[in-house]
Design a protein around this ligand. Structure first.
Ligand code: DGJ
Length: 721
């Protein structure tokens, strides 16, 4: 009786509301940053329409002239014949949904950050959809997500549940995606979109970005450019399966639907439960991709990345120096090398744990987090103490979400492992994924960090790895709710990371997934940086870092000097790594005395240049794609200092090189240009080195930073006098 009454009042309310709306006085909802307007309006029929997305419109009187637009968050089962944002199966077997505007609100979350919430409801079923928009005015980023809930008696089934739906109506659309594989991440390809759908998605569950990164660029009217043209850049904050759908319809209008990949993930939503989608973040640049990247970098440093406002530690990692083959003495020897190099930290990688099945290779031991007695008779404690004595920090590798079948954990807790109960197991890197939907597993994973930190409070850093996708897809814990596995697994991970962050708020951590298999902004709330690729060949890194720099700031991109591609000089390798968060993964014996001396100086130089490289504005000057050279520069916010990196990859014989015009400087300032980071004893061959130029000259005429020499690199400081 009571429910019937509520339902009647609710329907009456909606009826009054929808009949009272007239075209001119229906609510207009503006979501704005300093450069972007996203404008919605309620139609006479009470439904919500996106009327505009683009350069900011400052005159409200113009809004009346805008076309009516397309329904904002399209539903399945009504008049639209293309991809919907939401699909829901009601208790009575009906799968249609018609959303009408109920209310909206706006409030300031902090200075320059505004939240708008639009509430929509169906007038036949008690289903509520709330659209959230958080606009970061200065950085020109809009974060959006959706909350879905209902009051039907039994659970409804959600088979589509987008975070965001955006509409564009332009002549042409060009989509850039960032796909690849292990050691080959974030390759850039751009294509024009024609009628129909282009889907970018992942079904890996964990290590979800191994084949494709969770971001895209969408240029309108013409192909995107670094410094001109309109481009929408979007990325999803979900450390699991995601999906971007780009659909061009019969009228050449484009809809962009972003969210969790609903593949094999029908969600039974209980009455009263709120399904909160992940965040989708986007910017709209009117000055090409470069400005879009700078928007994301500024926003990430200020609002999203863990310790976004703090500097980063340089380090020496033992992985490529030793792989699994080390003992206490060897590690302590490497710490001495870290001290010699002058880096801030020594990072102990994989191979330090397990006793019944010692982790002497990747085939065993994962899951057993006690120190291997033969290798480390005095435990990690001795290493932490030695590092302290030597005046450097100590960091440690873990891969807590995984297990080798050859481990004590597996023997004891097979029920904690995602695996098919009635089939043979198959493995990716000889391991299986633990079932994070299970709270007991969450405790175990949190415990890996917590136990280490409790026993060794001086551990200053974690490298958190994740080398396997979810294989053998079945959760012993979820039983008859298997279609929740992909979602609950990621939610479980966030529960663990929340606990880690709450208990150890000042602990920096590197996100790693066999290279760039995890690279999303939700994970980066918990991690200070990520490992873009296991491929540290500097030539490959020029491309990989170029790809990730489209949305991530340099302080989030770990870049290590290793022995990959020995045909490049140590200087070339170091100069490439200095464009990100510098580290070394190499033995000093792999370098001669001159090279070692160079690296020591490079660390000092990096420490001096870090404020500009890590906090400054990135300008990508010459792309490595389709060129024999590449260059990027960072400019300090006050335009007092800049650092230019220039690389000759494989110049052609007698190739003509033109001066490269710098960007982002103050045209009226005078800058001294000096090549730095030279090999000991080497003199600069940079034409016009150590001269003073106006910003105007440097930006209009430029510098001859490239050469005809194969694999040559330059780091150039530009300092206002
Ligand atoms: C994969 C990572 O990407 C490497 O850096 C290293 O940590 C190995 N795992 C260790 O197994």
């Amino acid at each position: 009786m009571n429910t019937l009454k509520t339902k009647t009042i609710f329907l009456l309310f909606l009826f009054c509301l929808t009949t009272s709306l007239k075209a001119a006085d229906t609510p207009v909802i503006k979501i704005e940053t300093s450069n972007i307007s996203l404008i919605y309006q309620v139609g006479e029929n009470g439904r919500l329409y996106q009327r505009y997305l683009g350069q900011k419109l400052n005159h409200d009187s113009d809004i009346n002239f805008l076309p009516k637009g397309t329904e904002a968050y399209l539903t399945h089962g009504m008049e639209d014949y293309f991809e919907p944002a939401i699909q829901i199966l009601h208790n009575d077997g009906n799968s249609s949904l018609l959303l009408k505007y109920v209310t909206h609100s706006n409030r300031q979350l902090e200075s320059g950050v505004n939240e708008t919430i639009i509430t929509l409801q169906d007038d036949k079923y008690p289903v509520t959809v709330k659209l959230y928009y958080i606009a970061y005015s200065k950085e020109n980023i809009i974060k959006t997500y959706t909350e879905i809930s209902h009051r039907e008696k039994k659970p409804v089934v959600l088979s589509k549940y987008a975070s965001s739906m955006l509409h564009l109506n332009r002549a042409k659309y060009f989509l850039t995606e960032f796909a690849g594989d292990w050691a080959h991440e974030a390759n850039i390809t751009e294509r024009e979109l024609d009628f129909g759908k282009k889907v970018i998605d992942t079904k890996l569950g964990s290590r979800a970005n191994m084949f494709v990164s969770p971001f895209f660029q969408l240029a309108v009217d013409r192909e995107s450019d670094e410094n001109s043209g309109e481009v929408l850049v979007g990325t999803i904050g979900w450390t699991g399966n995601f999906r971007f759908t780009f659909e061009v319809d019969n009228k050449n209008e484009l809809r962009i639907i972003s969210g969790i990949n609903p593949y094999a993930s029908e969600y039974q939503l209980a009455s009263g439960e709120v399904f909160r989608t992940p965040d989708f973040y986007f910017t709209y640049s009117f000055d090409g991709r470069g400005q879009a990247s700078r928007n994301f970098h500024d926003w990430a440093r200020k609002h999203q990345l863990k310790d976004g406002d703090k500097t980063r530690m340089t380090l020496l990692n033992n992985w490529e120096a030793t792989y699994f083959n080390f003992n206490e003495d060897k590690l302590i020897g490497l710490m001495d090398e870290a001290v010699k190099l002058g880096v801030d930290m020594f990072l102990l990688d994989d191979g330090w744990f397990a006793n019944k099945y010692p982790r002497s290779s990747d085939t065993q031991g994962l899951g057993d987090w006690g120190e291997t007695k033969d290798k480390l008779p005095n435990g990690v404690g001795r290493l932490v103490d030695e590092a302290k004595k030597k005046g450097i920090k100590f960091g440690i590798w873990i891969e807590p979400e995984m297990v080798n079948p050859k481990s004590e954990l597996y023997e004891k807790h097979k029920d904690w492992v995602i695996h098919l109960p009635n089939r043979d197991e198959y493995y990716f890197r000889n391991q299986l994924v633990l079932d994070l939907s299970n709270p007991a597993v969450q405790d175990h994973v949190f415990g890996v960090v917590d136990k280490l930190m409790t026993k060794y409070p001086d551990i200053a850093f974690f490298k958190w790895d994740c080398n396997s996708p979810i294989t053998n897809i079945y959760s012993p814990y979820l039983k008859n709710k298997q279609s929740h596995l992909y979602i609950e697994h990621v939610r479980g991970l966030y529960k663990v990371l929340d606990r880690v962050k709450a208990k150890y708020p000042n602990l920096p951590m590197m996100l790693c997934a066999g290279g760039g298999g995890r690279s999303d902004y939700e994970a980066l709330k918990y991690f200070t940086e990520f490992w873009p690729s296991d491929n540290t060949d500097p030539i490959e890194r020029l491309f990989i870092q170029w790809g990730f720099s489209q949305v991530f700031p340099s302080k989030a991109l770990c870049a290590h000097v290793t022995t990959w591609n020995r045909s490049t000089s140590i200087k070339f390798r170091t100069d490439v790594a200095m464009m990100g968060k510098l580290g070394f993964d190499i033995k000093l014996e792999d370098m001669n005395e001159n090279e070692q001396q160079y690296c020591r100086r490079a660390v000092l130089n990096y420490n001096r240049l870090k404020p500009v490289i890590l906090e400054g504005d990135l300008y990508r000057l010459v792309s490595p794609y389709g060129s024999n050279h590449t260059s990027s520069m960072y400019v300090g916010k006050d335009k007092q200092k800049a650092v230019v990196f220039a690389f000759d990859i494989y110049p052609r014989y007698a190739e003509k090189t033109l001066p490269v015009r710098l960007q982002g400087l103050d045209k009226d300032k005078k800058y001294r240009v000096t090549e730095t980071n030279l090999m000991p004893g080497a003199n600069s061959s940079l034409p016009g080195n150590d001269q003073v130029y106006s910003g105007e000259y440097l930006m209009n005429v430029g510098l001859n930073i490239f050469t005809g020499q194969k694999l040559k690199s330059r780091v150039i400081e530009v300092v206002a006098e």
